[in-house]
Design a protein around this ligand. Structure first.
Ligand SMILES: Cc1cc2nc3c(=O)[nH]c(=O)nc-3n(C[C@H](O)[C@H](O)[C@H](O)COP(=O)(O)O)c2cc1C
Length: 222
């Protein structure tokens, strides 16, 4: 658990990578985690190792991406946005614990060049760049939003909820928009996405952070 919380604190989006392949042992752990996520969720996540084409076009350059050679391609059916965020972020945190860097990317890459498999009804929804970063990235000031603005409750705040909210605030969101709200009632928690681009994927990411930090045994989602 401390490991996971530390990974959440240490993680920042990284867009420039070293030309250093992900070693076999680490790649094996990532593949295994992908398989487990797919089995549990019904997503069709694929780990693309040594595949530079998706990040070699105009959009990736415009997005300041350099030397992205590996990424997770998250393929899913319609209506699975929250699962995309939740399971994708689990992979992000695993990568961070393996001392790799990551960046969620919805727009600034060449979608058509991704050689992923899509079964009928499935589409490539988003990718997550992964590899050895040139740096560890930087924390973002805009995230220092008042935590009390992000939830509503009527009673006192239990420790598990506070810890969960702190972790939720560290989660990456598209455009750093943090468009989510949490509602606490007794030991039930509701989390809601506000309108905006990719906020349903953001919600899955944020719920992943909250749940890992708050502890599943302390509350139930409603
Ligand atoms: C759903 C989603 C989509 C994103 N899409 C892009 C993108 O297309 N290009 C990009 O450079 N960064 C993208 N990002 C990264 C965000 O800009 C970044 O997570 C945010 O600014 C917060 O910074 P941090 O990850 O360092 O905490 C995306 C993040 C998320 C969660």
């Amino acid at each position: 658990m401390t490991d996971l919380l530390q990974a959440m604190k240490d993680r920042h989006s990284v867009r420039s990578y070293l030309i250093r392949p992900i070693e076999g042992t680490k790649a094996a752990l990532l593949y295994k985690a992908v398989q487990e996520s797919n089995r549990e969720s019904g997503l069709h996540i694929q780990l693309m190792l040594n595949e530079p084409k998706a990040f070699s076009g105009r959009l990736a350059r415009y997005g300041s991406f350099h030397n992205v050679n590996s990424y997770f391609a998250i393929v899913a059916k319609d209506g699975m946005e929250e699962a995309v965020g939740y399971y994708g972020e689990k992979l992000v945190l695993l990568a961070q614990r393996l001392r790799l860097n990551t960046c969620w990317v919805a727009v600034t890459y060449s979608r058509r060049k991704v050689p992923c498999e899509c079964a009928p009804g499935e589409k490539l929804r988003i990718v997550i760049a992964v590899g050895y970063g040139e740096t560890q990235g930087v924390p973002h000031k805009e995230k220092d939003r008042l935590i009390t603005d992000m939830y509503r409750t009527q009673g006192d705040i239990p420790d598990w909820f506070r810890v969960g909210m702190e972790a939720a605030m560290l989660a990456p969101t598209a455009l750093n928009q943090q468009k989510f709200r949490f509602y606490l009632r007794g030991n039930t928690v509701r989390a809601k996405a506000l309108p905006g681009p990719y906020t349903k994927i953001d919600l899955g990411i944020v719920k992943c952070h909250f749940e890992l930090a708050a502890g599943k045994e302390n509350f139930s989602w409603v």
